[in-house]
Design a protein around this ligand. Structure first.
Ligand code: M6R
Length: 364
């Protein structure tokens, strides 16, 4: 049931504050100001390396997880798309934790990768939405997301719920590795508690994003830029756009612009820049300005400070609430999803059932 929404995708975007709160509820212990995981039969302190494997949107959660886990827990993380991991003969050692991420829990390549990790003797954890799925049954440690059924082929609420669980995993690893003080953990708990409200404030920009969508819908190519954890989000923005609007889109790490993609820029190319104010802001903005000098049609997604500093010469700005960098990917996911959605609606494509795609990819 779509309720009063025109598409499942829009309904699922709007559900995010509730389902992310629901997911966080099973990991946050507000009274103790701690982040907890379900009981497990192994000791996270013994984890020396992490291998994260997933496909599509879920693989971008893995990439964001790499930033979080390496920064907070000082544990080395490798991220692969499952179809590559299976066949590249990766070096797997028993002190590794293997992590799979999947909405359906049935994606053929991810399931095969999970079995490969188990056969190599790894302990495995799975961030999975469907609790009765094959992956949910086969992982050693099930870390459920509570997104509820996701109907739209374009993943939205599963993505942000996966991020919430990934943050919980990163914090637990960090504590187990002796890298996190109780005060630092308390701060993270508070920031995570702010997520649902911040997501609601992001959703409030829906109409404004709908109004700018026709400008993007006319483009042949669209580029997305981000740095740090906003780089995988740029990849996610580009995937979402091509998936449902059929416009060619690419995401780049901002610093890569001048290593090639800037050659694509002219005054017909929209450039969606994901840049929360903070330590990485100035660098991303300088990459953005190089593109603006070549005529790029910039949409800057930032907070009030960022927009005050760099909002000039853009075709549009979308103002996000000012949030701590650790939760920014959850909040900035919302305008990225809404933009893809409204561009697709403006183009008149079948948003919930895009051509050539299946919700669950159970063959390789
Ligand atoms: O069910 P899974 O999370 O394993 O699915 C993985 C991908 O097929 C999926 O995220 C796909 O990329 C989405 N259609 C993206 O919106």
């Amino acid at each position: 049931d779509k309720g009063n929404h025109r598409h499942f995708m829009l309904k699922e975007i709007y559900e995010q504050p509730v389902v992310v709160a629901q997911t966080l509820r099973s990991y946050l212990r507000p009274l103790e100001e701690r982040v907890a995981l379900p009981d497990m039969e192994f000791d996270l302190a013994s984890v020396e390396r992490v291998a994260i494997v997933a496909c599509g949107t879920a693989s971008y959660v893995g990439m964001i997880g790499k930033y979080w886990i390496e920064q907070l827990a000082r544990v080395q993380v490798e991220v692969d798309v499952a179809s590559e991991f299976r066949y590249r003969d990766p070096v797997l050692t028993p002190n590794m934790l293997g992590v799979v991420i999947s909405q359906s829990g049935e994606t053929a390549d991810t399931l095969a990768a999970l079995r490969h990790m188990k056969a190599a003797g790894l302990t495995t954890a799975g961030i999975i939405n469907v609790p009765t799925s094959s992956m949910a049954r086969e992982v050693d440690l099930l870390l459920p997301t509570h997104a509820g059924p996701e109907i739209g082929v374009a993943s939205t609420k599963a993505f942000t719920c996966q991020l919430a669980v990934m943050a919980a995993l990163a914090v637990n690893l960090a504590r187990a590795k002796g890298q996190l003080t109780p005060e630092a953990e308390r701060d993270i708990v508070h920031h995570l508690q702010e997520v649902p409200e911040a997501m609601s404030r992001a959703i409030a920009h829906d109409e404004e994003i709908a109004a700018m969508a026709p400008k993007i819908a006319a483009a042949r190519d669209v580029l997305y830029l981000g740095r740090g954890p906003d780089y995988p989000l740029a990849l996610e923005g580009a995937l979402k756009l091509k998936e449902i609007s059929y416009i060619h889109a690419e995401g780049y790490a901002s610093g890569e612009m001048k290593h090639g993609p800037i050659a694509l820029i002219d005054d017909t190319v929209p450039l969606i820049v994901l840049a929360p104010s903070g330590p990485l802001f100035d660098k991303t903005v300088s990459n953005m300005q190089e593109a603006q000098a070549r005529g790029a049609l910039v949409v800057l997604i930032s907070d009030a400070d960022g927009i005050a500093q760099a909002g000039e010469n853009t075709i549009a700005t979308i103002e996000m609430p000012k949030v701590h960098p650790i939760i920014a990917p959850l909040v900035y996911a919302v305008p990225v999803q809404l933009l893809a959605y409204h561009v697709a609606v403006a183009k008149g494509t079948d948003v919930d059932q895009p051509r050539n795609l299946a919700k669950s990819v159970t063959v390789e």
